[in-house]
Design a protein around this ligand. Structure first.
Ligand SMILES: [Mn+2]
Length: 322
């Protein structure tokens, strides 16, 4: 099943696994091309989220943020959403973290209680810092289906109550690179020599990869950062080039040992996935729906602030989405 190169890689990998030592393996240049690095991070957990109802009539596959994987510090939630108008996510609040919306298909109108509004379309990214408080709506802009990913990135205690803000990246301004059948779109962080302009208060990497059939790629990931893969389309091998390929709509948590991630697409269709990694915050997490703080008392305070429209929720008193 594997081509010659894959077989020799496989043998070598097993060899390294069995005879693993702290000593660095000395490799020839062809080996290093094959490997990318000495050791790939391995998959330690696979989540296959079931579609569930969320918002008003929207369907989401939630992989991070469910009992099987409550969070993956600094990530609090990952949804793959599918919305058919008139369904959507009407007015709702957030506090204490950031929401990253990556549109895979269709267009979404968003507006918030401070007068900020806009449309994000296929390939666009909205990196929203809720900080001390935002109330907004996220609704389909057209007639067609809406598909995308929403990732929640936690903020450290010192950043939880900062002023809310937006970083919006239309598709054209997301750095892209392509080499040997592998295409990257760098939403946050750096890959294939290109860097995203997005400022991540919580150091984060978020990259969209497309691997054509019979290609492989080796992406480095900063040491000690937690990382995951979410497969959007096709199927691939992650961490090791054998076993069973993992198909779309699965989330893979990567272990922390290893320099990065090795991926192989041995199928006849393109493989598309996102790789996200973040520096753990290592603080207590107390979550009450869309409010994420460090203590119960802060959550009680947040509920009160929202209820009485104060401490950042002032505009909630009269605002209603159009
Ligand atoms: Mn929201």
């Amino acid at each position: 099943m594997f081509k010659h190169t894959k077989t020799s890689y496989h043998k070598k990998f097993l060899h390294n696994l069995v005879f693993f030592s702290r000593k660095k393996v000395i490799m020839s240049s062809s080996d290093s091309q094959l490997f990318g690095f000495d050791q790939s991070r391995l998959v330690v957990k696979k989540i296959s989220p079931r579609p569930q109802m969320e918002g008003v009539g929207a369907v989401v596959r939630r992989s991070i943020g469910m009992h099987e994987l409550k969070n993956l510090d600094p990530f609090l939630m990952l949804d793959e959403f599918e919305v058919i108008p008139p369904a959507g996510f009407p007015e709702h609040p957030h506090r204490g973290f950031e929401t990253v919306t990556y549109m895979l298909e269709g267009a979404s109108n968003h507006q918030d209680f401070a007068g900020h509004k806009g449309t994000i379309r296929t390939g666009d990214v909205q990196w929203m810092t809720a900080g001390r408080g935002i109330v907004h709506s996220e609704m389909p802009a057209g007639e067609g289906i809406l598909r995308g990913l929403q990732l929640w990135v936690n903020l450290s205690s010192k950043d939880k109550m900062i002023e809310p803000g937006y970083q919006e990246l239309p598709k054209e301004s997301i750095p892209m690179a392509e080499k040997d059948g592998v295409e990257v779109r760098v939403i946050a962080g750096k890959a294939m020599g290109v860097r995203s302009p997005v400022y991540t208060r919580t150091p984060t990497m978020f990259i969209d990869f497309t691997l054509q059939p019979n290609t492989e790629y080796h992406q480095t990931i900063p040491e000690s950062w937690n990382a995951f893969v979410y497969i959007v389309e096709g199927e691939g091998y992650f961490g090791i080039p054998n076993g069973k390929p993992v198909p779309a709509h699965n989330l893979l948590v990567l272990g922390t040992a290893g320099e990065g991630l090795s991926v192989w697409n041995n199928s006849v269709e393109p493989l598309r996935f996102v790789l996200a990694a973040g520096e753990p915050i290592n603080e207590p997490i107390v979550q009450y729906g869309p409010f994420v703080m460090n203590t119960e008392a802060e959550i009680q305070q947040t509920i009160e602030d929202f209820q009485y429209c104060k401490n950042g929720f002032e505009n909630a008193r009269y605002w209603q989405a159009e």
